[in-house]
Design a protein. Structure first.
Lengths: 481, 481
């Protein structure tokens, strides 16, 4: 909270981001290296994401459970790609209860190993399948270059873990959960995403393949916002997770895992925010409507407050989340800026003149200036608010979609790709059939990686822009967080 | 799940407890010393507790936030009683990202210290008070003698932390939260509790005083089920948490903390369970009504299933949580035992004969034999279920209250106290004005501790049963978990 102007996005996007995060009180810095404190306003955003996801998980037959925070070091090492991927990031507990431990524990970076072991114990026969489990938890991955919500040494997430009788069922599950992430991003967070397959180089350590949703931030960079992994039989083999078929044969299970984290809060900040601050999508906004009283004396104050309290209560009864800002000693102008910074979708102002006319003034956060304001009769105010929240949700998505469309460029050759990436013009879309080594070369030369091969591929194909090889697939290249 | 009979409570209560926990699939053992896996059925119980508490916290103005899992070792040491209380139980992270850390981190055993530091940063003036924060999280306290849900090295809980301008406000908050815990226990979990003050010896490390709710388990032992601490200015001084008064003076804040954990799941198991297994209070039961089809052939099966599906859907629409057990290859008798073990409050059976008569059979889990059964017309079934769930909730509370009343014994002298405690006859209630050393002596000689000084004290007082001193207070002595 402050009168100070934010650093404009165009001047220094990273600085703008940090200022918004801390001044809007989404988070505070902490004394623990790489960790933040998620303050109530940021945590409510996460709770809204969590509630929506949790409903979707339960509606598709998943159940929540909780597994230990600590994982014996030997478990992490059982799946060879897995340990290679995670070992540089591990936090290790060596002492407990005043003694040195015989075997150190790793603080979970993810739980495939400890859950794999549990599944192996729980699953006997095909009757126990599919086993559909989700866990809401904290995880730790040591970060050398932390950024609030985007990369922190500890973060909050959900991790789904499922076991199936067939390859096909596991693949269907992997795609179903990707679809749920896409729905959360697009419908709740109003963020258009590209859903697609990761390249071999970018996939999860231990997976057969990884699907991802990739969102474009307003600096043109990509943010991986949710991933869903088909683990094949890799973890089932590592943990001897077998089931008895109806024909009395022992077979390895097919497993999946999928996760979305507090990183999604970062996605919302960077996909919608502008130079005045956050712009929160109504469906997830902790406060959907802020009510600001305007008055010059005590008599005016009590009249205005009485009416605003009635409006606020009416909004609550309709299932809308209002907040009446009755703080004293602050000017209306200060409050306007403060709630703009905090991204509240809609503002209601009421002063003595409005009251006399039987009106309130509504101001949209997503449309600045006069175009975003309207004066409505107090009686009509509640239904107008309802309509406007729907419009704002749609408009934030439409704006972000337009921004995305404007910043994805089809490129025919490496020169064009370099121009797009190095000129910070957005993402490059191109036909690709190169190797992991080719991809690495592009990354080293331009900082861009393949974000994904979109699920929807054109019917007719062209050769790879880099190697000329066929068959090629459409790939999206971008600098990423 | 199994046909096997449980060890009777009277034979070996601890063994009965473990069998119920694992066979009802509330939890699994884990490869991590002192830690369990909370399975979906156990986790749903915790989710129900959590949802009820979270609503109560929000209704009283508290907001959720999230603080780091790791706490710099030096922080824990700032409040001298606090470090003394917790140091034997700490888990320590010494390595992160492949390197030894300069300062080790402690895995939070509770968060007064790191939250105290944050509050000191956030609070400037009286306008920032009261600050009312809650955190849902995992904590770690190394346990040498772990027991599922009751004492595990990692457990889930909520920890509330608040800061106030005056001693009186902090005290009012401490008592308000105790009342919320009492309501949760009595109204939702159907467990009568004694609310009271802890003795000096038993209070939280760093608190001025600690309130507790104490519940009686069916083996006569006490379980501390929720605590609320008035921290005075101890942590405010340790973390320099000051505020500017309206008169422009700097004053230390007055703080509180309060917590309830997954231990509450253990309380529900041990306060209500009997030799057939769990008996879950309807308000928290993951499944409130189980529907069991009875049939001898495919035609009967499809008729019975069709009707049960309709009943199940009707129950869902009334906000009741039903489960239709359509597992094949299991006898109805097996299913009856299985759901009794799992403590589902109400069972609906439907077979061809019931169907022909237009009836279903309802069986209460809380009343065994014929007395707990009734046959009702299918059309009346849903409203009867609704009524019965309310009755079962009340009856479980009444039974537990009767058990508690029968097992609290007023004692006049040490000899009587020893008879009660050493004879495992329950709790001893007595006038007390002894010292901490006196209390310790009683504990060493009988294993009983003072569970609390109940909030409601009789008006006329008698001298201490142990020392003869006055003024004395009524104290409850018991062996405790």
């Amino acid at each position: 909270m402050s009168d100070q102007r934010l650093t404009p996005q165009a001047e220094d996007f990273a600085r703008w981001y940090n200022e918004v995060v801390y001044r809007a009180e989404l988070a505070s810095q902490s004394p623990v290296r790489g960790c933040i404190i998620i303050r109530p306003y940021g945590f409510e955003l996460w709770e809204a994401i969590k509630n929506s996801l949790d409903q979707k998980f339960k509606a598709t037959g998943h159940q929540n459970a909780y597994f230990p925070l600590f994982i014996p070091q030997s478990y992490i090492q059982r799946e060879s790609e897995h340990i290679e991927g995670f070992s540089p990031e591990l936090a290790v507990v060596t002492h407990g209860g005043g003694k040195e431990l015989e075997e150190p524990y790793v603080v979970r970076p993810t739980s495939e190993t400890i859950i794999g072991e549990a599944f192996a114990n729980w699953i006997q026969s095909y009757r126990d399948l599919p086993l559909l489990i989700n866990q809401w938890s904290n995880v730790v991955r040591w970060e050398l270059r932390p950024r609030a919500f985007l990369r922190t040494s500890e973060f909050l997430w959900q991790e789904g873990h499922t076991a199936h009788a067939t390859r096909e069922e596991a693949e269907a599950e992997t795609r179903q959960m990707l679809q749920i992430y896409e729905d959360l991003a697009q419908e709740d967070a109003a963020i258009p995403v590209f859903s697609g397959l990761k390249s071999e180089k970018e996939r999860f350590a231990g997976a057969v393949h990884t699907y991802t949703i990739e969102a474009m931030m307003r600096d043109g960079r990509a943010l991986q916002s949710g991933t869903s992994h088909n683990l094949g039989q890799n973890f089932a083999r590592a943990f001897d997770m077998k089931y008895l078929t109806p024909e009395n044969k022992q077979e390895f299970c097919w497993t999946t895992s999928w996760g979305m984290s507090t990183r999604m809060v970062g996605a919302i900040i960077m996909a919608h925010g502008n130079d005045q601050g956050l712009r929160l999508p109504p469906r997830l906004a902790p406060i959907q409507v802020v009510l600001i009283p305007i008055h010059r004396n005590e008599e005016q104050r009590s009249q205005v407050m009485e009416k605003l309290q009635a409006i606020s209560q009416g909004l609550s009864e309709r299932g809308i989340r209002p907040h009446l800002d009755d703080r004293e000693g602050l000017t209306p102008g200060y409050k306007f800026n403060d709630w703009e910074l905090r991204g509240v979708p809609l503002r209601i102002e009421l002063g003595p003149r409005d009251l006399a006319g039987g009106n309130v003034t509504l101001s949209r956060r997503d449309v600045s200036g006069k175009a975003g304001k309207q004066i409505v009769a107090i009686e009509a105010c509640q239904s107008t608010v309802e309509d406007l929240l729907v419009q704002i949700q749609r408009n934030l998505f439409a704006e972000a979609k337009q921004f995305q469309d404007d910043h994805v460029h089809d490129v025919k050759n490496y020169e064009e790709l370099r121009q797009v990436i190095e000129g910070n013009a957005g993402w490059a879309r191109a036909w690709w059939a190169g190797s992991g080594a080719d991809e690495l070369r592009i990354q080293q030369e331009t900082s861009a990686t393949i974000r994904c091969f979109p699920m929807e591929q054109p019917e007719s194909a062209e050769p790879c822009f880099f190697t000329g090889a066929t068959p090629a697939q459409i790939a999206l290249f971008a600098k990423a967080y």
